[in-house]
Structure formats: structure tokens, C-alpha cells
Design a protein around this ligand. Structure first.
Ligand SMILES: [Zn+2]
Length: 298
């Protein structure tokens, strides 16, 4: 694509995200941005809004630190959508302007920036959480398996949807790389910001991008509306993924959204392999994200 700002190359840290958003703001008048909160370490959490339609769609990425490639896939596709709308061109075969007249898309491309930077850059001598992180990580400086935020809390186990059951199921009693729910729901600023933002915009549909598995989770304890299953089947058909009915999981963002609002919410597990997925998968992840985003906007 001519004049591309978001470069689909490794590694996509918070600094690159912020730089790309600034450049996109300079290039595209149609793009609105805002800060929805701050991370534990004080990083501003950006949201990008495109379109002016009555249907409010939300997509987020990188709830989990070592799934940062989802941020890059989403940002790449958002830029494609902006280009297509400006040039009155097609986005994945559909009329971009029409999609953005019907929908307002709001994206939070990196929910967990402190964690992403930890996975990509480690905990150097000056890192304010270095000592705790090394203990929580079992003494190793390899943080490639880190999913949590910088306080060792799994942000996708933080939401008030049968949180106590998730805590008891996880049996992780202290901070660590993954699966620690925290001491209570919404103790972490990143999760608080996502909950407040979601309540404020009252989204019609939400999707959280994760890796990996090529699966789409669409239900939650029967709270989902009837349209969720056929919607998930459409997303699956568009991406070649499998729509999966899940049990035995609580306290996730999409769980909370479904229970709170009784509207369609999805967890999308992009790609296939071992996290963090290799950058060689990026073209496929971008194509899948494009197909899924189009279907969310239809
Ligand atoms: Zn994940």
C-alpha cells in the first residue's frame, strides 16, 4: 500500500504504537483519538475512532502481553480502512465509506502496553518492577511467556463475571506470568479503563483479539443473545476459523460484556502455533483480521 505508516514488521512495542497513531492523526482527518486511561506504569491507553454510523462496534488487541502481534495486525487493518475510506475504495471487497456511514468503529489496539514492552524489551536494570518481575517470573529474564500486566495480574481474568469462580479455578495465589486473577475484580487500571470505556460507549458488539487457535468464542453461560451464534458462524466462515461454544471460563472481558449488556461479544483467537506467534505469520494474521473486521461491520 502506498504511503504506509504502520509497517508490518517486528516488534510492535508501545513506542511504535504511539508514533503510528500520531502519524495516522496527521494523515487522516477522519480519525478521532482519545485516551481511555493509563497503565500501571503511566502509559496512556489510546482509542481510535473511525466512522460516524449509529452502530457502535469495538475491537481491542493485546489484553495479553505476549500476544502483541494482535496490536500490529489490528493497526495495519485500521490503516487500510482509513485509506480505503479516503479514496472511496473497497475495503476487503466492500464499500469502505458505506461501512463507516453505518458504523462507528472504536479500537483499543494495545490494552496492556506495560506487559507488551516487558515481553519485547525485558526488565532492564532501571525497570521499576525489576525485582518483583524476576521473582514472579521464577528467576528468569526470559519474559516471552508473560501474559499478565506489569503487576502480574491477568487482565482477561479481571472482570466481574463470576470472578470468584475463575479465581478458585485458577488456584494461582500470587502475581505471575499468567492466570492470576488479582485480589478482586477490576483492581488493575487497564481493566478499569476498559470497563468504563465500554460502559460509556454502550457498544452494540465487541471483539477482543488474542492468539492463538483460529477459534472464535461467542457464548457466556447462556447470557448471550440469540444472534451471537449465527454471528459467530459468519465470522468463522469469513476467516476460516471455528466457532466454539465454551464452558468453564469466567471473568474475561467478553464474558463480562455479554453478561452486562446481553449483546454479542467475541474472543477471537488469531493464528495457530505457540505464543508469541512468529512474525512470519503476520500476513495471514492481517488477512484474517481484515476478514473478521469486515464481518463485524456488516
Ligand atoms: Zn490471550
Amino acid at each position: 500500500m502506498e504511503g504506509r505508516i504502520v509497517e508490518p514488521t517486528a516488534a510492535y512495542d508501545y513506542g511504535r504504537l504511539v508514533r503510528d497513531i500520531e502519524l495516522l492523526e496527521d494523515s487522516f482527518q477522519d480519525l478521532q483519538t482519545e485516551t481511555i486511561g493509563t497503565s500501571v506504569m503511566g502509559k496512556m491507553l489510546p482509542s481510535l475512532a473511525i466512522g460516524s454510523g449509529p452502530r457502535h462496534v469495538h475491537v481491542n488487541a493485546a489484553f495479553h502481553a505476549n500476544e502483541w502481534i494482535t496490536s500490529l495486525a489490528l493497526m495495519t487493518v485500521l490503516e487500510e480502512l482509513l485509506h480505503a475510506a479516503r479514496q472511496q475504495a473497497a475495503f476487503a471487497g466492500a464499500d469502505a465509506r458505506g461501512l463507516l456511514m453505518a458504523n462507528t468503529l472504536r479500537a483499543v489496539p494495545m490494552v496492556n502496553p506495560d506487559g507488551v514492552d516487558l515481553v519485547l524489551h525485558g526488565a532492564s536494570a532501571g525497570h521499576p518492577f525489576r525485582n518483583e518481575l524476576l521473582i514472579w517470573n521464577g528467576g528468569t529474564t526470559d519474559f516471552s511467556g508473560w501474559k499478565a500486566n506489569i503487576r502480574g495480574v491477568d487482565l482477561n481474568d479481571q472482570f466481574p463475571a463470576y470472578w470468584e469462580e475463575e479465581r478458585d479455578r485458577r488456584v494461582i495465589a500470587c502475581p505471575g506470568p499468567r492466570d492470576y486473577t488479582g485480589e478482586a475484580p477490576l483492581t488493575e487500571p487497564e481493566a478499569q479503563a476498559m470497563a468504563a470505556y465500554t460502559r460509556h460507549y454502550d457498544f452494540d458488539v465487541v471483539a477482543a483479539l488474542h492468539t492463538q487457535g483460529q477459534e472464535i468464542y461467542w457464548n457466556y453461560r447462556g447470557y448471550e443473545p440469540e444472534e451471537s451464534e449465527p454471528f459467530a458462524e459468519r465470522l468463522a466462515a469469513a476467516s476460516g476459523y471455528t466457532a466454539v461454544k465454551l464452558t468453564g471460563s469466567d471473568a474475561g472481558y467478553k464474558d463480562w460484556f455479554i453478561q452486562q449488556f446481553r449483546r454479542p461479544g467475541f474472543t477471537i483467537e488469531l493464528g495457530f502455533g505457540v505464543n508469541p506467534l512468529p512474525v512470519t505469520q503476520l500476513p495471514r494474521l492481517i488477512a484474517d483480521t481484515r476478514s473478521i473486521l469486515l464481518e463485524l461491520l456488516r
